[in-house]
Write a protein that binds this ligand. Sequence first.
Ligand SMILES: [Zn+2]
Length: 182
Amino acid sequence: MRNLAVPCPDGGIGRRARLKLVFLWSAGSIPALGTRIFKQMTDLKTEKYDAAYLRMAAEWSKLSHCKRRQVGALIVKGRSIISDGYNGTPSGFENFCEDEEGYTKWYVLHAEANAILKVASTTQSCEGATLYLTMSPCRECSKLIHQAGIRRVVYASEYKDPSGLDFLRKAGVAVVLAPLPG
Ligand SMILES: [Zn+2]
């Protein structure tokens, strides 16, 4: 019986088979290429928006009365800013964050805590939102972030204690470091 699968004399595959392969390759690769370009464009857009929101958070941090560290936060949901915050004392308290020895008072609220609490006083929710922070969250705030339903945290610089970020990663919250230029 003739063996139909005998390879070509040059050791390659037959012309028809080669044409079929070329056809399959192009049919599969063009949509894949389109998907890849679309993804790259989406990623670029996300990076652009991330940088812009972080710049706004940095602007917000300047409103803080704290001397040791000024942190700004912004909560964005579906391309809308639903909340903002900076570190400071609770309402009704004097605007001094540090005691006579220069230590931060224990009741000072962090920027992200203030932003999350601000949403709590509205009809909005943080579910599925992105939090923009000039500095990565401490472990106390990271619990609030996860519990509030925030799904992504973009921060410009890292806080000395990484346990907040570790907790968020464990909780399935995406964390992205996006340093601000300058
Ligand atoms: Zn905190």
